[in-house]
Design a protein around this ligand. Structure first.
Ligand code: 5AD
Ligand code: SF4
Length: 413
């Protein structure tokens, strides 16, 4: 009998990719995945601590598992990722029923942790035969910035880039299993460097792997959108025309207090250069950073108007223990709530406007079903005609409705 594992992941795409990787280590020891907690013999909780809320959700799930474990004490609980890193051994005191703890910095030792636990001894099952159309490839971990609100550098540590050869082998294997779209992952993904190999070089080399039709990446830092990168984009249509670029604030004063390393003007310059290459851009924004005045907040609202984002994820500032900003005087929750509501109201209109702006543009679409695919610029496009799943179709966008674009009919194509 296989051991059944239920996996709960919180946080960013890197965490989802880490969960997949950890599952491979579990499956090599005889585990299969289940979507039903009641059926599971083991639970893997891969956690986030970027905001207090994310950590809280993971801990309350862990708390609820106490009953699950009491029903059958041989059940196994594995707690991993950023919250596991931040809270460390304290967790074992508070939740003595925890079996395996593995913080984000130790994720590469996950396999050893499983062996040390002695809980996973069954013979392995083969690695998955197919990757699906889209696959992730982690290319770097950690962050060398020191944004004053951010806990990531302390829980994930400094940047460690994977050797280019390792990444290319990983992508080749995924492409051989059927992946057409590869998303390169890293905390500051475009800061990637391995000897002479720059991020732009890596994008080109990954695109050259047989079977790879499209390369995405997340999350980049604005300052690493260099001329070298733009040059690669101009010559390589496989580089997706979409980037999620966290801006955090539209005020240069706040950006300085956050130690983001760019001004409002520089950010807009970078965005403009990308948009000139056909990019759509989404972003993250924090409201209520301790030094944020009404005028600063107005600057964020005006940046949203000016930048033409396709979407923006908005967060209330959340103080994180040990970060410089956590020493500063907090704004009232009332102000945070009010600013978030105003920003969300503005952001709600973005999607519509950006979908409408696609009408008349030519898009390359990677078909995910016979009638639907995702454009290079990351919009869903619907076709009347059908195409093979995995093929890339070039089309003109005829109309937009809701969160869907419609392709012009190309009879007889
Ligand atoms: N408070 C609120 N939001 C935060 N983020 C990171 N740290 C904090 C914090 N302390 C947001 C940023 C980042 C996203 C992943 O989470 O917008 O881009
Ligand atoms: Fe955090 Fe800034 Fe690093 Fe992003 S760049 S992970 S916000 S410290």
């Amino acid at each position: 009998m296989y051991m059944k594992v239920f996996i709960e992941t919180y946080g960013c795409q890197m965490n989802f990719a880490d969960s997949d990787e950890m599952f491979l280590h579990l499956s090599a020891r005889g585990a299969v995945r289940t979507d039903t907690l009641e059926d599971a013999d083991a639970v893997l909780i891969n956690t986030c601590t970027v905001r207090d809320h994310a950590e809280h959700r993971a801990l309350s799930f862990l708390g609820r598992l106490m009953k699950w474990k009491r029903q059958n004490p041989s059940r196994i609980i594995i707690f991993t990722g950023c919250a596991a890193q931040r809270l460390g051994e304290r967790l074992k005191k508070r939740y003595p029923f925890l079996n395996i703890l593995c913080g984000a910095k130790d994720i590469e030792q996950f396999s050893q942790r499983l062996d040390q636990s002695g809980l996973f001894n069954a013979p392995g099952t083969p690695a998955p035969a197919s990757s699906g159309l889209s696959a992730y490839a982690t290319i770097m971990r950690g962050c060398d910035f020191a944004c004053t609100y951010c806990i990531v550098p302390s829980v994930r540590g400094p940047v460690k880039c994977l050797p280019a050869q390792t990444i290319l082998a990983d992508v080749s294997a995924k492409a051989a299993r059927g992946a057409k779209e590869i998303t390169l992952l890293g905390q500051t993904v475009n800061a990637y460097r391995d000897g002479n190999v720059t991020f732009a070089d890596l994008l080109n080399r990954v695109s050259d792997i047989p079977g790879v039709e499209r390369v995405r990446f997340t999350s980049p830092h604005p300052i690493y959108f260099t001329p070298d990168f733009l040059n690669a984009v101009k010559h390589n249509p496989k580089i997706a025309r979409h980037a999620h670029i966290p801006v955090q604030s539209g005020s240069s004063e706040v950006l300085k207090a956050m130690k983001r390393g760019y001004t409002r003007e520089l950010f807009l310059e970078k965005i403009d250069a990308l948009k000139a290459c056909g990019f759509s851009v989404s972003t993250d924004i924090i409201v209520g950073f301790p030094t944020e005045t009404e005028q600063d907040f107005e600057q964020t609202l005006s940046l949203v108007d000016r930048a033409g984002f396709m979407t923006a994820y908005c967060f209330k500032y959340s103080p994180r223990q040990g970060t410089p900003a956590a020493q500063m005087k907090l704004l009232s929750q009332n102000i945070l709530e009010k600013r978030l509501a105003i920003l969300l109201n503005k952001v709600r209109g973005l999607a519509d406007a950006s979908y409408q702006a696609q009408i008349g543009t030519v898009q390359e679409v990677l078909m995910e079903t016979p009638h639907k695919g995702r454009s290079s610029s990351n919009y869903w496009v619907d076709f009347k005609e059908s195409y093979p799943v995995g093929s890339v179709v070039k089309t003109t966008i005829e109309k937009a409705a809701g969160t869907l674009l419609y392709a012009r009919e190309t009879h007889g194509k």
